[in-house]
Design a protein around this ligand. Structure first.
Ligand code: FES
Length: 185
């Protein structure tokens, strides 16, 4: 075959050159890919893939730190409310049972109100308004035998079936004030 200067090139020679160049390209490509992969692997090894999630079992101080009523100071940090009544202490999980938003506590009304779709809970966690289908969870609690602090097991939760009443979805309180969801302290 003649090129534009009139030189004649053997088609076998140009085919061989083509395949040689192709081979070189593929070879270098593979080396670069392999080195890149090894580099990524090394980087992944140096940076461990750790997920930093908050602990699900934690201490919240001694019972005497909590007075009668709803204590909201751990809502942001731990997603809980600590409630003391005349008989003892329980811990409610600050997650709305409708779609998981965080309700706010209104001291003047003694109610939790969810800002998302309007669910309303009383201080026992009963649903007194809005679309929530179940009462607020209560988390398991115990006393540390060494330092006397309250230990919360956030993922161990009391979730009794509520009864529909004219006032809302209710659960009898006596059935809830049982271990490990209630501390008589
Ligand atoms: S998430 Fe609370 S009312 Fe919908």
């Amino acid at each position: 075959m003649a090129d534009n200067k009139g030189n004649i090139e053997d088609p076998d020679v140009s085919r061989r050159r083509f395949f040689t160049l192709m081979g070189l390209g593929v070879g270098w490509g593979s080396i670069v890919t392999a080195l890149g992969g090894a580099g990524l692997g090394a980087a992944r090894y140096m940076i461990p893939s750790v997920l930093y999630e908050p602990p699900t079992v934690f201490k919240i101080g001694k019972p005497e730190n909590y007075g009668i009523g709803v204590d909201t100071k751990l809502k942001k940090e731990r997603q809980i409310w600590v409630v003391r009544n005349e008989r003892g202490i329980y811990v409610m999980v600050a997650i709305c049972r409708h779609l998981g938003c965080t309700p706010n506590f209104f001291q003047d009304q003694s109610l939790f109100r969810c800002p998302c779709h309007g669910s309303i809970y009383d201080t026992h966690g009963n649903v007194v308004g809005g679309p929530a289908p179940r009462t607020l969870w209560r988390a398991a609690i115990s006393l540390d035998p060494v330092d006397g602090e309250i230990v919360v097991s956030f993922n161990t939760r009391q979730d009794p079936d509520p009864v529909g009443t004219p006032e809302g979805l209710m659960v009898e309180e006596a059935g809830r004030e049982v271990e490990p969801y209630f501390l008589k302290v």
